[in-house]
Design a binder for this molecule. Structure first.
Ligand code: HEM
Length: 501
């Protein structure tokens, strides 16, 4: 056995003896219950479990859990041609996303095509094209915080506002629209659908995947999966039709994914479901993940006054109090950047990323990994590896102070021990939304630091251990006081005109 990966016992791929069959049955029945526990466990507890169980089988399904950075690179990056597919889960992939939305596509031409088309709206160039709109949404987020906290007097619950911030950026890029207020009914509807998606799609799948006959019955899970699929088509289809109506009327529609899809539909060979699901994935992939990091940042700050103090000193020295940080200031504010990387490390929204799936038999350093094995990137253990992150359980932005690379560039480093973290996954399926997420995080977090000091509410301790049940990514709901740091905050927040889309 090599460190970080456990090869499967040969009984899993040779004719089993009676003893071996019994052993397999035992392993299988023990492991069989694992996904149900996982679905009910907080991410932290789940990650702890996976440190203990580096690889396992659930009935006939094989899982390899990778917890070593060198092996992660060898498998996901160097052998990406073999380890870049997705398992065709019954509920997630077959019932809800129907092999679409990039993330549910197997490693084939459809995936390549969809990733290329939607990817145009996620690249650094696309981010530059939407710079003004993202900046505006970050401005609105600060304004909302300022109004809600009533100049520091009242508590703010960051959950809804951060979600709306991330949602608006996704809606602008995908559909050229935004919501005017967090109370807009569309905010609740899309979030309801996203939470239902998270609830139905655990990282290791559902019971229907392991007991095939269950797929023949109209189980509650199956009904919910189908209903959710129909809701995605209804909600995102209606929005696509609105964009189409505007284009048909000759109205000026801003550049966005929907416009591109409608214009190139025939030449790209896209059907209506392809288009709806490509829009949906922006909301599914890009809202709770990004909003969750901002929430974790706000939850962590009151417990780390020295981090706030150092960030304020850096901001005052580099940008001053007359204006707040912009995208262009990022390179000049290494400590603020380091805080973001450290939050991404300690609270990765997906502790097991999204499992990849192998499409060929493979022998890795003498260990056989059969075709059709799920490969899990164990971010929790990777992020707590003392060789890479000394005092790994401490929240310590200093560890990234000399890291000047974007997350996307860091993922390309040949020395894997220098890579910042694995929060965005690895290899050919690595998150294509990294550049967008990084810009959103930068503008929100650097401006919260510039504008406020963040305090815990008296008698309302913030839990840094537990995760909110349905999202599994965000902290449990909490409230903070945001005290404006100086008078300029008020005047700067009033200074911006509305943008028109
Ligand atoms: C902090 C924010 C985010 C985090 C932590 C995150 C994380 C991830 C992870 C772990 C994966 C799976 C990677 C793998 O299979 O190796 C992924 C995939 C994906 N993400 Fe993100 N993501 C974030 C933001 C976004 C945003 C903003 C978008 C859209 C603009 C997005 C779109 C996607 C898509 C489409 C995939 C599927 C890629 C594929 O299967 O080829 N993500 N993300």
């Amino acid at each position: 056995m090599s460190d970080g990966i456990l090869a499967f016992p040969s009984i899993l791929h040779t004719v089993p003896s009676l003893k071996a069959t019994l052993a397999l049955a035992l392993v299988a029945s023990l492991c069989y219950v694992l996904p149900f526990f996982c679905a009910k466990m907080s991410s932290t507890r789940m990650a702890t479990l996976f440190r203990l169980v580096p690889s396992f089988a659930i009935l006939a399904f094989l899982y390899v859990v990778i917890s070593d950075p060198h092996i992660a690179r060898d498998i996901f990056v160097n052998n990406g041609a073999i380890f870049s597919s997705r398992k065709d889960y019954f509920i997630k992939n077959q019932s809800i996303l129907r092999g679409r939305a990039i993330t549910a596509s197997q490693y084939n031409d459809k995936w390549r095509n969809h990733r290329r088309i939607a990817g145009q709206f996620m690249t650094p160039k696309a981010v530059a094209g939407f710079a003004n709109e993202i900046d505006y949404e970050a401005h609105i987020l600060m304004q909302t915080f300022y109004t809600e906290t009533a100049k520091g007097a009242g508590p703010v619950s960051p959950q809804h506002d951060t979600v709306r911030y991330a949602l608006n950026v996704m809606l602008i890029m995908a559909l050229g629209i935004r919501t005017e207020a967090a109370s807009h009914p569309f905010v609740d509807r899309t979030l309801e659908l996203t939470l239902e998606f998270n609830d139905l799609t655990g990282p290791l799948s559902n019971i229907e995947d392991f007991i095939t006959p269950l797929q023949w019955f109209n189980t509650n899970l199956k009904k919910r999966g189908r209903k959710l699929h129909d809701a995605f088509i209804e909600v995102y289809g209606a929005l696509l039709l609105e964009v189409k109506a505007k284009m048909d009327n000759g109205e000026d529609v801003p550049d966005c994914l929907a416009k591109t899809l409608l214009l190139t539909r025939e030449q790209e060979g896209l059907d209506w479901e392809d288009m709806c699901m490509l829009i949906a994935v922006f909301v599914l992939g890009g809202v709770h993940s990004t909003a969750g990091i901002i929430q974790w940042f706000m939850a962590l700050l009151p417990a780390h006054p020295e981090v706030q103090r150092r960030a304020h000193e850096e901001l005052d020295a580099v940008v001053g109090q007359d204006s707040w940080p912009t995208a262009e200031d990022e390179a000049r504010l290494p400590y603020c950047r380091a805080i973001i990387k450290e939050v991404l490390r300690v609270h990765a929204p997906f502790w097991m990323a999204t499992p990849h799936y192998s499409t060929e038999d493979f022998v890795y350093k003498g260990y056989f990994i059969p075709k059709s094995t799920s490969i899990v990137l164990n971010c929790y253990t990777l992020h707590h590896d003392e060789r890479r992150y000394p005092d790994a359980h401490a929240f310590s932005p200093e560890r990234y102070i000399d890291d000047h690379l974007s997350c996307a560039d860091s993922a390309k480093l040949s020395n894997v021990m220098e890579r910042d973290h694995w929060t965005f996954g690895a290899g050919r399926r690595i998150c294509p939304g990294m550049a967008v997420a990084e810009r959103e995080l930068w503008l929100a977090i650097s401006r919260i630091l510039w504008s406020f000091t963040v305090h815990e509410m008296p008698n309302e301790p913030i839990s840094l251990e537990e995760y909110e049940g349905q999202s599994g990514r965000t902290p449990k709901p909490f409230r903070v006081r945001l005290i404006p740091r100086h008078d300029r905050v008020h005047s700067l927040l009033q200074s911006r005109d509305e943008i028109s889309l």
